[in-house]
Design a protein around this ligand. Structure first.
Ligand code: NAD
Length: 492
């Protein structure tokens, strides 16, 4: 059913602003259908939003933390009440299956609730009485935060930033991706309505807006999730004014299957398939290359294909039997297709996976049939690049030293997983260079908002989630009251 396109606004200083220029967002399942229009803000409007956040900060920084929590909790309740409507919009603009959109909202709410419950732990001053007097350590808000988010998990990757930033007394200007700008705008409207004007501002657009958000001298911190290449430009833009930064970037997360893995464990194989193909593989922490010990490789591949053919059901995101929808955009379809074609040309074996539930949509929408790539070279693009789509290479390894080296030679280190007997897997996990390593599960199935999340090497800087993620929106301020005011080695 084709609906009238919706229109979302930007939010500047508590007011909804419509722009002359707008950007249509198509439905990846039916690309001829425009789901809605997002504004294209100008540089001047972006500066207005930053100024609004800068002015609002003066009072908001000193607001009562209980008041901030109460406001966030009201927003949480309203988002909860609107889950069905927001999830439907997200599936239409993004392409992810409806259960997946609802899951994204559920994770967002879980995190927002955690942030409300733990913000006091993060900002309560520490008072130390010691032999040389007293020291008070406070955790103060930083200032205006520019938040820039990608299209794959637009709501959770925005609320992961909004909740801790506002709860700790910062103000924010958020810019979502033009590839999924609509549902997240609804969420921002709900949150912004609960807070004083200027505390949460929303702008839309591409490079012009992004460059202002990352170079304007009134911005104190950048919270960015997106590609590593974009992060490099952002670091350059931010260097003039030495901004604080949290960067959550790309990954090439590996799953390592040890010889102690039970290939007859159907639940574990299902978890592995989900960790490769949830959201059509478009998750930063999806397992993007799988290394399997040669002694169980053949059996593993056979059982994996069985599990994948059962769980992967490709089709319309609104078909309740569908587990995997289309890819979000045309560029991504072409990129993933080119990686698979190149691997095949270079001698790899490509095996289609899953059932196609809506064959009539395959040509119309941005669909890619999920594939398994066997016999690729260890250093083929499909193995070393972040494919961010529904394809995965499985490769055999001979010994653990070799697989640890293959894992760690990547420029990335976001998440990883080790599969096998628990203690054996933990031993290997300790040698892995990554921000998170999961045992016998991977990707969002092993995500826990109570603990810090982030990447090592070129997968990022800093951590989100956990109390550490809340604290990353604060500056440590030490107030020293020493008893002995003069240093003995300084002459009279
Ligand atoms: P992207 O880097 O292309 O875009 C991310 C955001 O940056 C968008 O809002 C975009 O408009 C904006 N942007 C583009 N150029 C900019 C500039 N010069 N200055 C400021 N902002 C600019 O990423 P994407 O394609 O939207 O998302 C996919 C990437 O995100 C993948 O690499 C994925 O791994 C990564 N990602 C990482 C995490 C994580 O937590 N580590 C989570 C999700 C996605």
């Amino acid at each position: 059913m084709v609906r009238e396109p919706i229109k979302v606004s930007s939010i500047i200083n508590g007011k909804k602003i419509d722009t002359e220029r707008t950007l249509p967002r198509e439905n990846p399942t039916h690309p001829d259908e425009v789901v809605g229009y997002a504004p294209i803000n100008t540089r001047e409007e972006t500066i207005q939003a930053i100024d609004a956040a800068y002015n609002a900060f003066k009072e908001w920084a000193w607001s009562d933390v209980d008041d901030r929590i109460a406001r966030m909790k009201r927003a949480i309740e309203k988002i909860k009440d609107s889950t069905d409507e927001i999830a439907e919009l997200l599936s239409r603009e993004h392409g992810k299956a409806l259960y997946d959109s609802k899951g994204e909202i559920a994770i967002s709410l879980m995190w927002m609730e955690f942030a409300c419950d733990h913000v006091k732990e993060a900002v309560t001053p520490e008072i130390k009485e010691h032999e040389n007097g007293r020291t008070i350590i406070t955790f103060d808000p930083i200032g205006v935060v520019s938040a820039i988010t990608p299209w794959n998990y637009p709501i959770s990757l925005s609320t992961i930033k909004i909740a801790p930033a506002l709860l700790t007394g910062n103000t924010m200007v958020l810019k979502p991706s033009p590839f999924a700008p609509l549902a997240v705008s609804r969420v921002c409207e709900i949150i912004a309505d609960e807070f004083p004007p200027g505390v949460l501002n929303l702008v839309h657009g591409e490079a012009e807006v992004g460059v202002e958000l990352t170079s304007n001298e009134k911005v104190a911190k950048i919270a960015f999730t997106g590609g590593t290449r974009t992060a490099k430009s952002i670091m350059k833009a931010a260097s003039e004014t030495i901004k604080k930064m949290t960067l959550e970037l790309g990954g090439n997360d590996a799953a390592i299957v040890l010889d102690s893995f039970d290939v007859n464990d159907e639940r574990a194989l299902r978890r592995m398939v989900i960790s490769n193909f949830l959201t059509a593989g478009q998750i930063c922490m999806i397992a993007k290359r799988v290394y399997v010990h040669r002694s169980i490789y053949d059996k593993f591949v056979e059982k994996y294909i069985e599990a994948a053919n059962k769980w992967i059901r490709l089709g319309d995101p609104f078909n309740p039997d569908v587990t995997v929808g289309p890819v979000n955009n045309k560029n991504q379809v072409q990129y993933v297709r080119s990686l698979v074609e190149k691997a095949e040309k270079d001698g790899a074996k490509v095996i289609p996976l899953g059932q196609i539930l809506n064959p009539e949509l395959m040509e119309e929408g941005y669909f890619l049939q999920p594939t398994l790539v066997l016999e690729a070279d260890f250093h083929a693009d499909i193995v070393v690049e972040e494919q961010f789509g529904p394809t995965v290479p499985i490769l055999p390894f001979d010994d653990e030293e070799q697989v640890i080296e293959l894992h760690n030679e990547s420029i990335y280190g976001l998440t990883s997983s080790v599969w096998g007997e628990e203690e054996h897997a933990i031993k290997v996990a300790r040698r892995i260079e990554a921000g998170t390593t999961m045992i016998n599960t991977a990707a969002v199935q092993g995500l826990d908002v109570r603990f810090p999340f982030g990447g090592v090497k070129q997968s990022g800087v800093g951590r989100e989630y956990g109390v550490e993620g809340i604290k990353s929106y604060t500056e440590t301020h030490v107030i020293n009251i020493p008893k002995s005011l003069e240093l003995p080695y300084i002459p009279e």
